[in-house]
Structure formats: structure tokens, C-alpha cells
Design a protein around this ligand. Structure first.
Ligand code: ZN
Length: 288
């Protein structure tokens, strides 16, 4: 199942086009995309039984897609979860649970859009697999963890490196939460649609030049391991979002360093899920 957020409404994406869930279910399910996770099993069984030829499906513009989980109670993000990325950051790969921070909910955005670069010119890219939780999870064992996942989507953990790394207790969460710094989408793909959800190809490219390319089988903490570790410490709520960490190839780790510039377009892909497309612009000074 591919499900998400079209113009703020819960939408099923079928081969024939976009199906509005509230209308097609005659009101059994509401239009709020975030509410879908409160009755995820019900939604899945309704969608599985739906005769797609009997409901209205429409074409759509990807620019009208929103985040598939636009208002999660919690957003977790994982640092240093690929060895080669820890190396390029000049840091030791974590022995236990990698560093965990948040991307504030206000940073969430849909898969296509324009992002204003904060001043300082140090905004970096980080392709990431994003997990959305499908049911309340506490002290879940890794072996059971996929059963608590609603689905997977593509994310960018855009990061302003000056603020992220400055000071004795660096501002990871704030520097990674400027408006539009957590685009995700284009939709949520359920795990059954993927050949191997533990081995997905992910990449991103700036104006067509590939800068990151890896597989999620290289994660130090796999999705099940992350769910076991996080749910052992805090409850995970249905609809929560986990950014699972980025592989090597970020701009900060390059020699010379490279950061996103005005006019550049970043395309972020995970094979079997889809792509994000962000255009970057400098802030226009007030009064200009
Ligand atoms: Zn990241």
C-alpha cells in the first residue's frame, strides 16, 4: 500500500491515480493524514479489500503532496548510523545506541518544494530512510519490530552545520529544524511492497551530480535495532517518525567542503519508494 497526504487529505496512491480515502471509504476514515495511524490495521484491511476500479482516482501534481506523517507526536533522528559517515565526520562509530536528537515538527515538509537557506552558507544534505510507527511500541524486541512499522518513506535531514556544531553542547536539533529542513515523502510505502526492507538503495544528487549513494543494509543500527533501542527507553506512539541516519557523502566531509547554494536542486531517492525534490534559495533581506 502507498498512502500519504495530497493537499492535506489522506490519500491512497494506486496505479490509476490518487484516491481520496474519506470519500472512497464513505467517511469510515477521516481526511486527516496523521489520524490514519490511529487505526492503521483498520485502514490497511479496508485498503486491501478495496476494489480500486470502483472508486474515483485522479491525476495529481507531486508539488501538492504533503508529508505522509505531517503532525507526529515525536520525531526521532539518529546520528552516525553508517560507519563511513562517522569516518568522514571525524568521529568514532558509536559502540552502543548512536546519538539521538529531534527534528522539530515545524521543520516537516512535503516531498517537493523550495527551502530558504539560513545565513552563513553552511547548509548540508543528508539522505535518510524514514520510518513511521504504526502502533504503540514499548520494549519491543528487534525480532518483532517490523510489525510496529506503518511504512517507510524518503527523508532529507537538512542540516545547518555552523549551529549544529558550535559550542560545548551543540544545537543539533535546532540547526536541523529550520523551516523545510525535514522534507519527507512522496508517500508511505508499506513494508510488504519492498523486496527487502533491510536493504534499500538510497541516494541524493545536486543538479544531477550524485553526492550520496549507499544501502540501508550498511546501517549500524538497523530499523529493528533502532525500534528495540528507542522503545526500550521511551514509548513510541503510532504516527511517530524516525529519521534513521545518513550514509557518507555529505558536504561537510568533503575536501574542500561543499554546501548547498542558491538555485541548486537536490533530488533524494530511495529505490522502491520514490523521490524528493528541493530547490534552495537565499533569504531575501527584509526590506529588499
Ligand atoms: Zn541525519
Amino acid at each position: 500500500m502507498r498512502i500519504g497526504n495530497l493537499s492535506g487529505r489522506l490519500t491512497l496512491f494506486t496505479e490509476r491515480g490518487a484516491v481520496d480515502v474519506e470519500k472512497a471509504s464513505e467517511g469510515r476514515f477521516g481526511a486527516d493524514p496523521q489520524a490514519a495511524y490511529q487505526d492503521w490495521d483498520g485502514l490497511r484491511s479496508w485498503a486491501a479489500g478495496l476494489d480500486a476500479s470502483s472508486v474515483t482516482a485522479v491525476e495529481f501534481d507531486p508539488a501538492d503532496l504533503g508529508a505522509p506523517a505531517p503532525a507526529p507526536a515525536q520525531v526521532f533522528a539518529i546520528g552516525l548510523n553508517y560507519r563511513a559517515h562517522a569516518e568522514e565526520a571525524g568521529l568514532a562509530a558509536p559502540e552502543g545506541l548512536p546519538p539521538v536528537f529531534t527534528k522539530f515538527r515545524s521543520a516537516l515538509a512535503g516531498p517537493v518544494g523550495t527551502v530558504t537557506l539560513p545565513p552563513g552558507g553552511h547548509t548540508d544534505w543528508e539522505v535518510e530512510l524514514v520510518v513511521v510507527i504504526g502502533r504503540h511500541a514499548e520494549r519491543v524486541a528487534a525480532a518483532d519490530a517490523w510489525g510496529f512499522v506503518a511504512g517507510l518513506t524518503v527523508g532529507q535531514d537538512l542540516s545547518e552545520r555552523i549551529g549544529q556544531l558550535a559550542g560545548s553542547a551543540p544545537q543539533f536539533s535546532l540547526a536541523k529544524s529550520h523551516p523545510g529542513f525535514a522534507p519527507m515523502g512522496p508517500w508511505l510505502v508499506t513494508v510488504d511492497e519492498l523486496d527487502d526492507p533491510d536493504d534499500l538503495e538510497l541516494s541524493c544528487a545536486i543538479d544531477g551530480e550524485t553526492v550520496q549513494h549507499a544501502r540501508t543494509s550498511d546501517l549500524i543500527f538497523s530499523v529493528p535495532a533502532l525500534i528495540e533501542a528507542l522503545s526500550g527507553l521511551v514509548p513510541l506512539y503510532a504516527g511517530d517518525v524516525i529519521f534513521t541516519g545518513t550514509p557518507a557523502g555529505v558536504g561537510m566531509g568533503r575536501k574542500p567542503q561543499r554546501f548547498l547554494r542558491h538555485g541548486e536542486e537536490l533530488v533524494t531517492r530511495i529505490t522502491g519508494i520514490g523521490e524528493l525534490r528541493q530547490r534552495f534559495v537565499d533569504a531575501v533581506p527584509e526590506g529588499a
